[in-house]
Design a protein around this ligand. Structure first.
Ligand SMILES: [Zn+2]
Length: 143
């Protein structure tokens, strides 16, 4: 694992377009991507028994992404609270509701800090997913 100093000099050489450094940076990002995915898988597994451990794995994944400037895959980005960093497991550490007010959207509430995140839902997708997931109660009443 290269130290912080190595990465800084690497990014400097990268800006100068050194092909070897570009290859090196891509390798680092590829490894980082693998580790982020692995950490999120571990967080999911740990979230049942050890939610504290799941939060820790998320913290490590976010730190790797930041340090290596790697994107966290979109579906994984939704799995943690942007405010407190908690791993969001629907029904355990997060409350998920479909809201039909304004344009139909999903409301995800972090049960640790209460932070609410909203996400738009495609019209067709929300009907099928709501009925198949058994979520058509509570906020899903017809208005
Ligand atoms: Zn939170």
């Amino acid at each position: 694992m290269p130290s912080k100093k190595d990465i800084t000099t690497a990014s400097h050489r990268l800006k100068q377009g050194d092909p070897a450094m570009v290859r090196h940076a891509n390798q680092i990002r590829e490894i980082a991507q693998q580790r982020i995915v692995h950490l999120f898988c571990m967080a999911e597994a740990a979230s049942h028994e050890r939610p504290d451990l799941a939060d820790r794995y998320v913290e490590m994944a976010v730190r790797i992404a930041r340090r290596t400037r790697t994107r966290i895959p979109a579906h994984m980005k939704r799995c943690f609270c942007r405010s407190c960093g908690a791993y969001l497991a629907p029904g355990r550490t997060a409350r998920v509701r479909i809201n039909r007010r304004r344009s139909t959207h999903l409301t995800v509430t972090c049960l640790r800090c209460g932070n609410i995140s909203r996400r738009g839902v495609a019209r067709r997708a929300h009907i099928s997913s709501a009925s198949s997931a058994g979520l058509d109660h509570d906020t899903c009443r017809p208005q």
